[in-house]
Design a binder for this molecule. Structure first.
Ligand code: HEM
Length: 352
C-alpha cells in the first residue's frame, strides 16, 4: 500500500516544482491527491478512472450536508421525494454504475487471463470473498458494491481535510515545521518512507494529533437513543436524536487547559492517553466504540507519508491571501481554501 501512496505523492510534488516561491492552494491539491491515493491503493486505478465517482460524491455530500438536520416523516418520504432526494438518488445510482464498471473491469482481466488473480488490494480482497468457493464465506454482490462505495465515499474527504489543516498549522507555526523536518531528515534522510520506520515519527505524530484536536475533519456524529437511558445527570428519552461533538470536547478548557484553543503539539508528547488523562471522551477524532473509524490506520499512515515527503522537499509559509474561515457542515473544511507559499530547502538536498 505504501508504494502506491508514494507514487501518488510523487506525482503531486512533481507539479509543485512549478510553484516554487509562488502561492499554491493546498486544499484542492490534497483533494486530488487523496482521491488518487484511494483509487491506487484500494482499486488499483488512478484518480482519472475514479473521477466520475469522486465528482458525483462531492455533489452527493453537498446535498447530504444541506439536509442533514432537516426532519422528514418516514412514511411521506416513501411516496413523495424532495428535489434534493431525487437528485441524491440519481447521484447514488451513477456512483453505483461507475463502481460496477470498475469491478467488472477487474473480473474481465482475470477472465481473459491478463492477470492471474483478483489482486491483493481492497478491491481484489473483496472480489476474492465474492468468488469464494466456500458458500458460507462468500459475500453478496450488494455487499461487494456497498463496501467499494463506502471506501470511495468516506475515505477521501477526511484525508484531504486532515492534510490541509495540518499544513495550515505548520505554515503558521514554522518552528514546529522545522522540528518535524529535522525528525524526518534524521530518520529517513531524503529516502522515501519505509513502513517499519513510520512509527518512529514522534513529532509528526504529535503534530497530526494536535491538528486533529483543533480541526477534527468529522466534527461529530449523530446517534439515536433506542430506549430511555441515563447519561451523567441527564435522563434521555427513547428516540431522541443526539449529536456527539468532538469539536466541542476538543476545545474544552476544562480538559485541555487555558491554551485549549492554541496549537501546542507538545501536549501529545506522552501520547494520547497521557494528554487526556485516560479520558476517552476527551479526544475522539475517529469516533469511539463499535462504530469507530475503520480507516484510522490508513488515514494516519497516509497523512504521515504525505507530510514527510513534503517536508523533505519544501518549506512553506502562509500566503497573505489566506482568509481563515473554517466552516462546519458536518465536516470541517476551509471555506476559501488554504494558500501557502512554497520555498526551496536551503540545502537543496531534497529528492528531485
Ligand atoms: C483523518 C481521517 C479520518 C477521520 C477523522 C475519520 C473519522 C471518522 C469518524 C469520527 C467515524 C465515526 C462515525 C460514527 O461513529 O458514526 C468514522 C467512521 C468510519 N470511517 Fe473514518 N475517518 C477518517 C478516515 C477514513 C478513511 C481513510 C476511511 C476508509 C478508507 C474511513 C472509513 C470509515 C468507515 C467505513 C466508517 C464507518 C465505521 C462503522 O460505522 O462501522 N475513514 N470515521
Amino acid at each position: 500500500m505504501i508504494p502506491e501512496m508514494v507514487v501518488s505523492v510523487e506525482l503531486m510534488l512533481q507539479s509543485w516544482k512549478n510553484h516554487l516561491e509562488k502561492e499554491i492552494e493546498v486544499f484542492e491539491e490534497f483533494r486530488l491527491l487523496s482521491a488518487d491515493i484511494i483509487s491506487r491503493t484500494a482499486f488499483g486505478s488512478n484518480y482519472l478512472e475514479g473521477k466520475n465517482i469522486f465528482d458525483m460524491k462531492v455533489k452527493y455530500s453537498n446535498i447530504t450536508r444541506m439536509n442533514i438536520f432537516k426532519s422528514r416523516f418516514p412514511s411521506i418520504s416513501k411516496i413523495w421525494k424532495t428535489s434534493d432526494e431525487i437528485e441524491a438518488d440519481k447521484l447514488l445510482s451513477i456512483i453505483h454504475k461507475s463502481v460496477m464498471d470498475i469491478i467488472k473491469k477487474r473480473e474481465e482481466k482475470v477472465k481473459l487471463g491478463e492477470i492471474d488473480n483478483y489482486g491483493a488490494d481492497f478491491l481484489g480482497l473483496l472480489l476474492q470473498a465474492y468468488h469464494d468457493v466456500d458458500e458460507n464465506r462468500r459475500i453478496l454482490v450488494e455487499d461487494l458494491i456497498d463496501e467499494c462505495k463506502t471506501f470511495y465515499i468516506v475515505g477521501q474527504e477526511p484525508i484531504n481535510f486532515l492534510l490541509s489543516w495540518t499544513v495550515l498549522l505548520l505554515a503558521i507555526h514554522t518552528d514546529w515545521q522545522e522540528k518535524a523536518r529535522e525528525e524526518v531528515i534524521e530518520l529517513f534522510g531524503h529516502q522515501n518512507p519505509h513502513p517499519d520506520d513510520l512509527s518512529k515519527l514522534n513529532i509528526v505524530t504529535m503534530i497530526i494529533n494536535e491538528a486533529l484536536r483543533l480541526y477534527p475533519p468529522a466534527v461529530g456524529f449523530p446517534r439515536k437513543c433506542d430506549s430511555e437511558l441515563r447519561l451523567g445527570k441527564f435522563i434521555l428519552p427513547a428516540n431522541i436524536h443526539l449529536f456527539i461533538s468532538n469539536l466541542v470536547a476538543h476545545h474544552d478548557p476544562g480538559i485541555w487547559g487555558d491554551d485549549a484553543h492554541l496549537f501546542n503539539p507538545e501536549r501529545f508528547s506522552g501520547g494520547v492517553a497521557k494528554a487526556t488523562s485516560n479520558n476517552v471522551a476527551a479526544y475522539f477524532p475517529f469516533g469511539f466504540g463499535p462504530r469507530t473509524c475503520v480507516g484510522f490506520n490508513f488515514a494516519t499512515m497516509g497523512a504521515k507519508i504525505v507530510l514527510m515527503m513534503i517536508l523533505q522537499r519544501y518549506r512553506f509559509t502562509l500566503s497573505p491571501a489566506y482568509v481563515h474561515s473554517p466552516v462546519v457542515h458536518f465536516v470541517l473544511y476551509p471555506q476559501h481554501g488554504i494558500q501557502v507559499i512554497l520555498h526551496s530547502l536551503k540545502s537543496e538536498e531534497g529528492p528531485s
